[in-house]
Design a protein. Structure first.
Length: 422
C-alpha cells in the first residue's frame, strides 16, 4: 500500500470548537447573494452608485490580486507547518526584482525574475526555520527588515543615474497589455448603468471580471483552483499537508518532511514574489519604495479569514481589495454609504444572536447598529483618514468575528527535527 493511500485514511479532522460545522457551498452562495442584495438596497437608498459599478469592481480586483497571491503563499507554507510572517518582505523582493528586470528585458522577464526574487526570500526563511529551527515569527520579521534594507541598497546602484529612475524608484516598465471580453463587457457595463435593483449590481461585479484584465490577473485567479487541486487532490499535496498536521507520523510513513517544508516555503516565496511583480509591473509600471503598503500582512489576514483554504482566502482577498479600492474611487461618499450597510448587517447579526440565545452578543450588535445608523444619519460624508484606514479596520473586524471558526494546521509553527519521533 502506498504512502499516499495510508495518509489518506487518517481520521477526519475534528469539528470546529463548540460543535460548529463548516458552511456548505450552497449556504455560502446564499449568504453572498444576500449581502449583495443588501448592498444593492443601500445603493438605492443612498444614491451611491459607485459602490457596485464596473470600474469600482475592476479596481477592486486589481488591488485584490497581490493580496491574494501573498495569501496563497502563506497557505502553501502554513499547510506544511511553517508560519510565514515574511510575506511582506517577499512581496518587496518581488516588486524590486520584477521592475529591475522588467525595464531592461521586458515585462514577462520581469515577472519571472520577480518570482525568483520572492523564492529566494522563501529559501532563506526555510533555511532559518526548518534547518536551524529559529522561531518562525522572528525569522519572518527579519526577512521583512532585510528585504527593505537590501532593496534600498540595490536601488542606489541599479536605478540612480538611469533615465526615469531614482534611488527610490525604477524606470518605467512596458505594459503586459490588457484583455477585455468583447461584447460581454459592453453589455454588462450598459446593464450596470441602468441602476436596477440587484441585477445592475451583479452586472457591475461580473463586468469588473471581464474588463481591462491584465494577463497576470488571469494567471493569479487561475492559481486559486490550481492550489486547491494540487494540495487536496494529489499525493504531493497530501504529503505536504501531512507535514503541517503531524510531521512525525508523516516521516514514519516515508515522507521526507524536511524536503516538503523547503518546497512549500520556496513556493510560498515565489507566489509572494509574483504578487510583488504584479505591483511593480501591472498596478504601477515601476518599482516605488514602500509600494507594498502592508499587503503581505493583509494577505496573511486573508488566509486566516479563509481558514487556510483557497476559496475562503479568495473571498478575503476580494473583500480587502474592495475596501482598499474605495479610497481611489469616490472614497468619502462610498464609505459613508457603507456605514448604512454595516448598520443593517449588525441588525441582522443582533437578531441572529438573540435567536441563538446569545443575548449579550445580541445587545452588543444592536448597540453598534444604532451607533452606525446614527453616524450615517447625522453626517454627509466621512473623514478622508477613515477612507484610508478602511481596509485595515475591515481586516481587524473580519478576523475578530471569524476567530471562533478557525482551525490552523496542528503542527503549524512548531519546530521539527528529522527523526525526532524515533
Amino acid at each position: 500500500m502506498s504512502t499516499a493511500t495510508v495518509l489518506d485514511k487518517k481520521p477526519a479532522s475534528p469539528p470546529a470548537p463548540g460543535g460548529r460545522r463548516k458552511i456548505s457551498l450552497p449556504v455560502l452562495m446564499i449568504v453572498i447573494a444576500g449581502v449583495l442584495a443588501l448592498t444593492s438596497l443601500v445603493r438605492l437608498i443612498t444614491d451611491a452608485d459607485g459602490i457596485t459599478n464596473v470600474s469600482q469592481m475592476a479596481t477592486a480586483l486589481q488591488l485584490a490580486v497581490p493580496i491574494g497571491l501573498a495569501g496563497l503563499g502563506g497557505l502553501w507554507a502554513e499547510r506544511a507547518g511553517v508560519v510565514n510572517i515574511g510575506l511582506e518582505g517577499m512581496l518587496i523582493l518581488g516588486t524590486w526584482f520584477g521592475a529591475w528586470a522588467g525595464y531592461q528585458w521586458g515585462p514577462w522577464v520581469g515577472v519571472l525574475v520577480g518570482i525568483i526574487g520572492g523564492a529566494i526570500g522563501g529559501l532563506l526563511h526555510a533555511a532559518v526555520t526548518v534547518t536551524f529551527n529559529v522561531n518562525h515569527i522572528v525569522s519572518g520579521v527579519a526577512i521583512n527588515i532585510l528585504a527593505l534594507g537590501v532593496t534600498r541598497y540595490l536601488s542606489n546602484f541599479a536605478f540612480e543615474g538611469v533615465e526615469g529612475g531614482t534611488t527610490k524608484q525604477s524606470p518605467p516598465v512596458d505594459s503586459l497589455g490588457t484583455i477585455t471580453v468583447p461584447g460581454l463587457s459592453d453589455w454588462l457595463t450598459t446593464l450596470n448603468e441602468k441602476h436596477w435593483f440587484f441585477i445592475s449590481d451583479i452586472a457591475g461585479l461580473l463586468g469588473g471580471l471581464v474588463t481591462d484584465l491584465s494577463p497576470l490577473t488571469i494567471i493569479a485567479v487561475a492559481l486559486i483552483p490550481f492550489t486547491w487541486w494540487a494540495l487536496w487532490r494529489t499525493s504531493f499535496g497530501l504529503r505536504l499537508r501531512s507535514c503541517g498536521e503531524n510531521p512525525v507520523a508523516a516521516e514514519s510513513l516515508g515522507v521526507n518532511v524536511i524536503k516538503y517544508k523547503y518546497l512549500a516555503v520556496i513556493i510560498s516565496g515565489g507566489l509572494a514574489g509574483l504578487g510583488g511583480a504584479f505591483l511593480s509591473i501591472v498596478a504601477n509600471p515601476f518599482y516605488l519604495e514602500g509600494q507594498t503598503a502592508g499587503k503581505g500582512y493583509i494577505g496573511l489576514a486573508a488566509m486566516i479569514f479563509g481558514n487556510w483554504m483557497p476559496g475562503g482566502l479568495a473571498l478575503g482577498a476580494g473583500l480587502f481589495g474592495y475596501t482598499d479600492s474605495l479610497k481611489l474611487r469616490g472614497g468619502t461618499e462610498n464609505v459613508h454609504a457603507l456605514l448604512l450597510l454595516v448598520a443593517l448587517l449588525l441588525v441582522i447579526g443582533a437578531v441572529w444572536m438573540v435567536v441563538r440565545k446569545k443575548y449579550v452578543a445580541g445587545v452588543v450588535c444592536a448597540v453598534a447598529a444604532v451607533g452606525m445608523g446614527a453616524w450615517y444619519a447625522t453626517t454627509d460624508d466621512v473623514p478622508t483618514q477613515l477612507v484610508t484606514a478602511t481596509p485595515y479596520v475591515v481586516t481587524l473586524l473580519v478576523l475578530s468575528f471569524s476567530a471562533q471558526r478557525l482551525r490552523m494546521p496542528k503542527a503549524d509553527g512548531q519546530p521539527y527535527r528529522k527523526g525526532q519521533g524515533q
